[in-house]
Design a protein around this ligand. Structure first.
Ligand code: NAD
Length: 398
């Protein structure tokens, strides 16, 4: 397959850096790491873009749209690529096809993907995990955790509204009044706030709780009521939540019970970085909910905020239907891909150097490892594991 830069040139010129978009192969993944409308951003920086055929299929993006935007469709796109972008970590077989020194940008949950990290190390690939990008203000435009959490939060509210066999909004009609649904949201980070905002837009009465001190104001700013349990707040490093002691967890569950019993829909989005999701709601608490109630547990995949929830399934607990989230951003692949692709393009832009020695178009791929975003997101480089907790877990004390 011919790339736009490989036509017969009179003068020898620098080989343009090639960015390959991998077709996702993992079960249930519908997103794609680059959308056609952003191809031009990369070519303007001086890159060639090659896309594996069918990469956008599940996000309803046809190959022709990539070609029309200036990308090359190539089943072997990754083989001589300088940078491979994907949503999920690359499969071992794909990693073995990359050239040594190539870079890979994707989600890469190091705790559960240790065999992938070993493959990347041994293949001499420089791997950047988007979830390790430090959450500093300069990196906000690259923050894929936030962009995908926003999609998840919206989806959770829509799922709850769709499953509930009653209106979210108050309806005052000539035939009488139908009261608004009551929604409780637990965890008011990026996903929780989006679930609150969406439930409010649909007209529900929303109450929410989070352990962080700043959350109460954020909840109120969305027009929801903040649940005050009169418990200590739990701030950890970087503005994230800390893990609860078992006593604190039990007390929190006890105090939340009446709020959950009164809710028509419960949406849970609580997480503690590096830990299993906290169990906030027992099956006994769900059993107190009214007939027809709905529970949406976004954390089902990482341990569950709700006892008994199952990722990717709807189970019945007492009177409630309990929906367990599984790769929730992938359930809205269009917007999730677009936002993720923008995060990736912004990261690649940060890693692009301009000036002398750069390829035609002005830029060349030259990540600056003194930059905290580049260094912080790097898992493997030059045959070594750079992410210290992962290195220690795999290779032992240094
Ligand atoms: P997260 O996904 O790690 O957790 C989701 C929410 O669950 C958090 O708000 C957390 O406080 C809450 N939680 C944890 N344990 C709980 C419990 N026992 N009960 C109730 N709630 C519990 O968090 P996130 O959405 O990624 O964001 C967390 C924080 O980071 C927020 O303050 C957010 O504003 C901030 N943030 C900052 C940036 C940035 O500066 N660039 C970007 C994104 C998020």
């Amino acid at each position: 397959m011919t790339s736009p830069s490989s036509g017969a040139g009179i003068c020898p010129r620098l080989r343009r850096v090639k960015i390959a978009v991998a077709r996702e192969t993992r079960d249930g993944e519908s997103r794609v790491a680059l959308v056609p409308e952003l191809v031009g951003k990369l070519t303007a920086l001086g890159y060639d873009v090659a896309v594996e055929p069918g990469a956008g299929l599940h996000a309803l993006i046809a190959d022709e749209e990539y070609a029309g935007a200036g990308a090359v469709l190539d089943a072997d796109a990754v083989v001589d690529a300088d940078v491979v972008v994907s949503v999920q970590p690359l499969e071992a077989a794909t990693i073995r096809r990359l050239r040594r020194g190539a870079s890979a940008i994707s989600f890469l949950p190091t705790a559960t993907e240790q065999p992938t990290v070993v493959e990347l190390r041994d293949a001499g690939v420089t791997a950047h995990a988007v979830e390790l990008i430090p959450r500093i203000s300069r990196a906000q435009s690259m923050d894929a955790l936030s962009s995908q959490a926003l999609v998840s939060g919206y989806r959770c509210a829509i799922v709850a509204a769709g499953m509930l066999r009653r209106f979210f909004p108050l309806n005052m009609t000539a035939a009488g009044t139908v009261q608004a649904a009551e929604v409780v949201v637990l965890g008011a980070g990026v996903a929780g706030l989006q679930a609150i905002a969406t439930s409010k837009r649909l007209g529900a009465i929303v109450r929410a709780y989070d352990v962080r001190a700043a959350a109460a104001e954020e909840i109120r700013s969305m027009g929801a009521k903040s649940i005050d349990l009169d418990l200590d707040t739990l701030e950890g490093a970087g503005g994230y939540a800390r893990e609860m002691t078992e006593d604190r967890a039990a007390r929190q569950r006890e105090l939340l019970t009446p709020f959950i019993a009164a809710a028509d829909a419960l949406i849970t989005t609580a997480a503690v970085p590096g830990r299993q999701a906290p169990m906030l709601v027992t099956a006994a608490m769900v059993e107190q909910m009214k007939p027809g109630s709905v529970v949406v547990d976004l954390a089902a995949e990482t341990g569950g905020n709700v006892e008994g929830s199952v990722a990717g399934e709807v189970v019945r607990i007492g009177n409630a239907q309990v929906w367990g989230g599984r790769n929730v951003p992938s359930q809205m692949p269009g917007p999730a891909s677009k936002l993720y692709a923008q995060n990736v393009v912004n990261l690649v832009t940060l890693m692009t150097a301009t000036g002398e020695g750069s390829a035609e178009g002005g830029g060349t791929f030259a990540p600056d490892f003194d930059d905290e975003i580049v260094a912080g997101s790097c898992v493997t480089h030059d045959g070594a594991i750079r992410h210290e907790p992962t290195r220690a877990a795999l290779e032992g004390a240094s």
